[in-house]
Ligand binder design. Structure first.
Ligand code: FMN
Length: 401
């Protein structure tokens, strides 16, 4: 973000206090911040705080003679590489969706020729209101980018969607925006699966595996950083989604397949998830009880859909389809066979024997099997594996890393 500039519009919501932290998060990433504070915004944070943190004059008034002489509102609206609205009030969203321009913030939003990123913040009923949802759809159609809102406790005491994304999340989204404009994978769509699946036996028990999701999340992060529009379909894991990535959370293999199909078409798909091969034939509606004297239940399994093979044979098959092979013996030979059996383009194989510490750990040693042979990569941090794989994908799809 070094050398980039952000025009931050601070609207009138409780979350305006978080925009002060956001200024710091943006600046520590090397970009400059100039701010417009709405009249309502100034009821929540002072122009002095904003000016002190940004190190720049704060703009508040459309009809200020001095501001207009120093920097006209049109010039101000175009002076930055990106316009960020945080908090984006219901009012600011409504104004931009309908082309209103009756103060400095809304005029700048209408006059700018730069991309706009909004971080909405409002009461859950305001957010869910048909009018706000209509405005959201219009703004998305007009190309406005969004981060959040998230679910959570709200200042008004209610719970639900409407809480502004945290400053770090917004800063991450801005970082990804700048990285992806000009990134090696910009303009491409990527799909990544990660984590285990859980296959229920009854409402409280399930069959799962030890996959942590770390490798898949690292790959999704690397692809997004390289500019790909990335969807991450994740089984149950305890990892925060990388910023700028669309997260679809699922539980079972069948849900994972449906989510993957909903994310097609994709230029590249990387299937790292450890999908359960089998599920219990019957998932009881109520907890299976241990009855005195009753026979021990027998667990009958049925096969789950094969996500990688389904994508390989799909009418909308991803242009480049990459599978992962987690093996505990004959790793490379099994991966070579798996590539042919599943009909995918590459297999990234790793040895997940307990002694390797790969499953759940932060490091990985992989072998990349393609039609032209096997590459043995050295032991790397999982993020580094993600970055290298993203670079290799860029070469395959665009001829450039
Ligand atoms: C205490 C208080 C908190 C508010 N919080 C929000 C909010 O979080 N989101 C929102 O859209 N409006 C909120 N409002 C209403 C806005 O301040 C009001 O719609 C205002 O006109 C927005 O102006 P602006 O969009 O120019 O900043 C709040 C109002 C008050 C009095």
């Amino acid at each position: 973000m070094r050398g980039k500039s952000v025009l931050l519009i601070i609207g009138g919501g409780i979350a305006a206090y978080k925009s002060l932290a956001l200024i710091r998060r943006i600046k520590e990433r090397g970009a400059t911040v100039r701010a417009i504070l709405t009249a309502a915004g100034a009821e929540f944070v002072t122009p002095l705080s904003v000016a002190s943190l940004s190190g720049e004059k704060v703009f508040q008034d459309l009809f200020s003679l001095t501001d207009e002489a120093e920097m006209g509102h049109i010039q101000l609206s175009r002076s930055a590489d990106l316009v960020v609205v945080a908090p984006a009030t219901a009012d600011l969203m409504a104004k931009l969706a309908n082309g209103l321009a009756n103060d400095l913030a809304s005029t700048a939003l209408l006059a700018t020729d730069k991309p706009v990123l909004m971080a909405p913040a409002m009461n859950v009923r305001m957010w869910n209101h048909a009018a706000t949802q209509r405005n959201l759809a219009t703004l998305k159609q007009d190309g406005v980018l969004f981060v959040g809102p998230n679910d959570g406790d709200m200042a008004c005491g209610e719970f639900g969607p409407g809480r502004m994304a945290e400053p770090l999340e917004i800063a991450g989204t801005i970082e990804n925006f700048f990285a992806s404009n000009g990134g090696a994978l910009s303009g491409l769509k990527a799909l990544v699966t990660a984590g285990p699946t859980q296959e229920p036996l009854d409402p409280v028990r399930f069959i799962a595996n030890r996959s942590s999701g770390k490798q898949g999340y690292a790959i999704a992060d690397a692809l997004a950083r390289a500019g790909a529009e990335t969807t991450l379909v994740s089984g149950p894991v305890e990892i925060v989604a990388p910023s700028g990535v669309k997260l679809l959370k699922v539980t079972t293999a069948r849900e994972m397949l449906a989510a993957c199909e909903s994310a097609l078409p994709a230029d590249v798909a990387v299937c790292t998830a450890a999908v359960a091969d089998w599920r219990p034939e019957i998932a009881a509606n109520n907890k299976i009880k241990k009855e005195k004297g009753a026979a021990t239940p027998v667990l009958r399994l049925v096969e789950n859909p094969d996500i990688l093979a389904t994508l390989a044979g799909h009418a909308r098959r991803p242009g480049l389809l990459i599978g992962f092979a987690a093996e505990t013996e004959n790793v490379v030979e099994q991966a070579v066979a798996k590539r042919l059996r599943k009909g995918c383009d590459w297999i990234v194989a790793n040895d997940v024997s307990p002694a390797t510490g790969i499953m759940g750990g932060d490091r990985n040693t992989v072998h990349v099997v393609t039609a032209s042979g096997v590459e043995d990569w050295p032991e790397l941090d999982k993020r580094e594996v993600g970055a290298r794989l993203a670079a290799k994908i860029a070469v395959a799809l665009k001829g450039a890393a």
